[in-house]
Design a binder for this molecule. Structure first.
Ligand code: HEC
Ligand code: HEC
Ligand code: HEC
Ligand code: HEC
Ligand code: HEC
Length: 481
């Protein structure tokens, strides 16, 4: 037994008790080190530069506090396991009354304040775009990059991925912990499968900012395209989209009819990707309903599978993470003169370069060499062409880099946009009929999936011009290029 100093104060005595076994001492050391580390990291974080990055944030708000809490648990654990030794020490010190209880209360309060503060900043940080998008860097990079180019670039990830309120928060943390473990062990799906089946319903996310009844009316859509011929000739599709909504007179019309409050569209998809929809029904608030099925599918019993109520995300599934198709991305670049049209066959050659196999490390250089080789076949490269190709290669590589992540098996068309024919024609294919003969309108589809033109085309949009090089209608709108 150690000799005791009679002049020891309460805290000194406490200290001695805490040193009475190795587990408690170790816990104390962890707590002290983590507090020191935290102060250092916070100061560094404030200094900016590399220290302001997400990994330091992850350290300060997750790892270090975890170490602190581990220490906090080890202290009483040690005291408990070695309680005999503790009792001896207490006995040896009991010559003078000790304000042990008071000291414990003070220390606990200090600890709670520290854990609370760190916990609060941690929770705050975990709700930030920085944490969601960058802390699990390689995994979330595609979503983070596409998000940066989306109309929702200023909306925090949690606004769409976490339901508001305490329950949503807890659920997201349970989910998040599973995902974090997945990332650490490398055990996660590649690509991450979509649709995300446990996505928070739009009523709790999108509809906190957008109201489904809003009447959006009709919107002009001009879609420039370019061919793969030598001249990279262009054509433009012009559409009037009947987005609709709920009109001031209360009638719900147009594309946004599906989300109006007086009726809901429910459907059963028989595959996880929700591409096969053999059965659906419209349920009105007055209790009436109509069931539509594909030819050969009985209305009752309902086919096995999840019964889902349609919401914004059944069409706008890519509102924050749109990945382009190579042809579409090139069209946008040509129409904005980011890519020149005076390099023969540029669209065709750029497409080939984009669709070749690269890694994220080899893409930029590989695409440059690919294009140079393609043009060198036409004859020796002149200096102006060589210079132009340098600029073109950078643009084409940028398109590849913002759409393809081989290590996540995310390639062209991994995540198709449903606010397109592909999404709509799952139901609007003219082959979903009700018992009373009513049909979900829609064009019949050919083998290739291309729609056969009929009156139904105009119910979603008026096609003002299709495949025309210089649509006269653009003249009428004063939009001639
Ligand atoms: C405007 C709403 C919105 C915001 C903001 C948003 N997301 Fe999403 N996110 C979605 C929707 C909707 C889906 C579901 C796509 C589907 O099911 O097809 C999704 C899907 C995902 C997926 C699954 C893989 C995929 O690409 O579908 C990941 C990962 C993801 N988001 C991460 C993020 C991160 C990280 C942020 C912030 C940097 C973020 N999201 C911000 C709406 C949003
Ligand atoms: C925090 C508010 C907020 C949330 C949550 C939100 N949005 Fe938006 N959304 C906006 C704003 C603001 C705009 C307009 C952006 C602009 O025009 O620059 C917008 C634009 C859009 C557009 C038009 C895009 C375009 O290209 O013009 C669509 C579609 C959309 N949101 C759908 C959704 C869906 C679906 C969700 C849920 C997954 C959602 N939003 C969640 C605020 C929000
Ligand atoms: C049936 C599919 C579908 C559903 C469900 C749907 N939308 Fe849309 N929405 C569309 C289409 C198609 C457009 C027109 C797209 C375009 O112009 O590119 C559109 C347009 C929009 C626009 C842009 C309007 C404009 O004029 O710029 C916003 C914002 C929007 N939707 C939000 C929502 C929200 C929020 C919900 C859920 C309450 C929702 N949508 C539900 C298909 C849908
Ligand atoms: C899950 C099935 C489903 C999908 C997917 C779907 N719809 Fe519909 N849609 C319906 C049903 C059911 C009706 C009601 C049919 C009726 O009453 O004749 C409807 C009605 C409509 C209407 C008519 C609204 C009115 O004024 O009466 C339009 C326009 C429309 N859909 C456009 C679209 C577009 C555009 C898309 C794709 C972006 C789409 N729909 C995707 C099921 C679907
Ligand atoms: C159920 C609704 C619906 C029906 C029916 C429909 N479309 Fe569409 N169509 C859409 C949507 C949604 C888009 C996508 C608009 C966008 O790109 O934002 C679209 C886009 C288009 C485009 C532009 C494509 C592009 O990228 O340039 C053309 C052309 C077109 N449709 C023609 C037709 C024709 C022809 C028919 C009839 C055979 C038809 N559509 C039937 C909903 C529909």
């Amino acid at each position: 037994m150690e000799a005791q100093s009679p002049r020891l104060g309460t805290f000194g005595r406490l200290h001695r008790l805490l040193r009475s076994n190795w587990i408690t001492s170790f816990g104390m050391a962890l707590m002290t080190l983590s507090v020191l580390a935290l102060i250092t990291l916070v100061v560094m974080h404030m200094m900016g530069g590399a220290w302001a990055g997400p990994y330091v944030g992850l350290l300060t708000t997750l790892i270090v506090p975890l170490v602190f809490v581990l220490g906090l648990v080890l202290v009483p654990l040690g005291l408990f396991l070695y309680r005999k030794r503790l009792a001896e020490r207490v006995a040896a010190m009991s010559d003078k009354p000790m304000h042990l209880a008071r000291a414990v209360v003070v220390l606990t309060a200090v600890n709670f304040a520290a854990v609370g503060t760190v916990g609060y900043t941690g929770v705050h940080y975990m709700g930030s775009v920085e944490f969601c998008g960058k802390a699990c860097h390689s995994v979330m990079e595609p979503e983070y990059v596409s998000f940066q180019r989306s109309p929702h670039q200023r909306v925090d990830c949690v606004k769409c991925h976490v339901a508001p309120g305490a329950q949503g928060f807890v659920e997201s943390k349970i989910n998040g912990t599973k995902q974090l473990l997945g990332v650490i062990t490398g055990d996660y799906h590649r690509p991450i499968p979509t649709p995300v089946h446990n996505l928070v319903p739009a009523s709790q996310t999108c509809e906190q900012c957008h109201w489904p009844e809003k009447y959006l009316g009709t919107k002009l859509k001009v879609k420039p395209h370019f061919r793969t011929d030598e001249k990279v000739s262009g054509y433009t599709n012009v559409l009037l989209m009947h987005t609709g909504g709920t009109r001031p007179d209360g009638a719900s019309v147009g594309i946004h009819w599906h989300v109006h409050p007086d009726a809901k569209v429910e459907y059963v998809a028989t595959d996880a990707a929700r591409t096969q929809i053999p059965w659906l029904r419209v349920v009105r608030t007055d209790g009436t309903q109509r069931i539509y099925t594909k030819t050969g599918v009985p209305a009752e019993p309902r086919p096995a599978g999840e019964l889902r109520t349609m919401d914004c995300n059944d069409c706008h599934n890519r509102s924050a993470h749109a990945f382009e198709l190579p042809g579409d991305a090139l069209d946008v670049a040509f129409s904005n003169a980011i890519l020149p049209r005076d390099l023969s066959f540029l669209k065709q050659r750029a497409l080939a370069a984009l669709e070749a196999e690269w890694t994220r490390e080899t893409a930029a250089d590989g695409i440059r060499q690919h294009l140079q080789a393609a043009y060198a076949k036409d004859g020796a490269l002149s200096e102006p062409v060589r210079q132009k190709l340098e600029v073109v290669s950078k643009e084409v590589a940028a398109i590849w880099l913002r759409n393809v992540w081989p290590e996540r098996k995310l390639g062209w068309n991994s995540y198709p946009d449903l606010a397109t024919h592909f999404g709509c024609f799952r139901c609007h294919d003219g082959d979903h009929k009700a018992a009373d003969g009513h049909t979900v309108f829609g064009p019949l589809l050919q083998e290739s999936g291309a729609p056969v033109r009929d009156a139904s085309c105009d119910r979603c949009h008026m096609v003002l011009s299709e495949n025309e090089e210089d649509p006269a209608v653009l003249d009428a709108f004063g939009l001639k290029r």
